[in-house]
Design a protein around this ligand. Structure first.
Ligand SMILES: Nc1nc2c(ncn2[C@@H]2O[C@H](COP(=O)(O)OP(=O)(O)OP(=O)(O)O)[C@@H](O)[C@H]2O)c(=O)[nH]1
Ligand SMILES: [Zn+2]
Length: 300
């Protein structure tokens, strides 16, 4: 039978199947075929052979539609991947309109990571009550123009909560955003108790405590279901590294110009006859986004 991995911890997998929850181990053959960082992960669809009631063995991992992988340079030009979750539908990037102040540069960084992971990004603009809806829309307008969906929310007034619920329903999502933007508050309004899960980790991080966390999918109590993926490492998503040669493609408005530059390996920073910089000069790329590109390229 086919099931979905809800939880993975030291070689044991909690798998949701049509016949309920099955606790599984991996067939030995699988461990040999796959790298240790790339065995079954949360979100994976797996083929299970039942052994005793409530128990089984994972025979195979079905092809992944998407994967969220942390990449690190292994040696010159070679990157190794640590797959954290599979088959995610979207990443919710939570920002506050104020307190802490909205940082477009940090949002651009998150967007690079969702673009390299082929994840749909949903921008959540929280604390709208602090600045008013007009100002909130002004802050995020550049991203709406790039056709990223933006949800305007307030955990205090309840603004946008239904839209957020609709966006989460029936999908597997991850949530990320810096401390204090209101992730816990927001998700507590979406579903009582949920914010605790979302918020507990970073609170612990702030206190400098070490918490061993287990990767799991948290089921959502919404029409059509849905899950939040919680896995160690998502918190630091904003600090993940990415190969430079993929950076330009991750700025979606650059894409029409890539391949049009005079030099084949153009970095779009200092070369003459650069199609990206020509687009910048014509106002087709904003100076703010271009500036983010340069800073990320230069490794800031
Ligand atoms: N005015 C206003 N305050 C909010 C809103 N959402 C959250 N807050 C406040 O912002 C502060 C931080 O909220 P949290 O929900 O703890 O933020 P968090 O993103 O979960 O933070 P970490 O757990 O540290 O990652 C709290 O004092 C909340 O009461 C909002 O929509 N409007
Ligand atoms: Zn160029």
């Amino acid at each position: 039978m086919i099931g979905r991995v809800l939880r993975a911890q030291s070689g044991f997998f909690r798998v949701e199947t049509e016949q309920g929850i099955v606790m599984c181990t991996l067939r030995g053959r699988l461990k040999k075929e796959r790298q240790s960082t790339d065995l079954a992960v949360i979100g994976d669809l797996v083929e299970v052979t039942p052994t005793m009631p409530g128990h089984g063995v994972i025979e195979a991992v079905l092809p992944r539609r998407t994967k969220l992988a942390r990449r690190a340079p292994a040696s010159k030009g070679v990157w190794k991947e640590d797959v954290l979750a599979a088959n995610l539908d979207q990443a919710l990037l939570v920002f506050s309109c104020a307190s802490p102040e909205f940082s477009p540069r940090m949002l651009d960084r998150y967007l690079v990571l969702t673009e390299t992971s082929d994840l749909d990004a949903v921008i959540v603009a929280n604390k709208v009550d602090l600045v008013g809806e007009k100002e909130a829309r002004r802050l995020f307008a550049p991203y709406e123009r790039l056709e990223y969906p933006v949800l305007y929310t307030s955990a205090v007034t309840g603004l946008g909560i239904n839209a957020l619920r609709e966006r989460l329903a029936g999908r597997i999502s991850i949530v990320t955003g810096r401390s204090g933007v209101g992730k816990s508050s927001l998700f507590n309004v979406v579903q009582p108790g949920l914010g605790l899960k979302v918020g507990s980790v970073s609170a612990a991080l702030n206190k400098g405590r070490h918490t061993t966390r287990v990767a799991e999918l948290i089921p959502l109590d919404l029409p059509g279901g849905g899950y939040l993926a919680d896995t160690p490492g998502i918190r630091e998503l904003g600090l993940w590294r990415f190969p430079k040669d993929e950076l330009a493609r991750c700025f979606r408005e650059f894409r029409p110009y890539l391949g049009e530059c005079y030099f084949a390996g153009c970095t779009h920073i200092h070369e003459p006859d650069c199609a990206v910089r020509a687009a910048l000069a014509r106002g087709e790329i904003t100076p703010e986004r271009y500036d983010s590109y340069v800073r990320l390229f230069e490794g800031e």
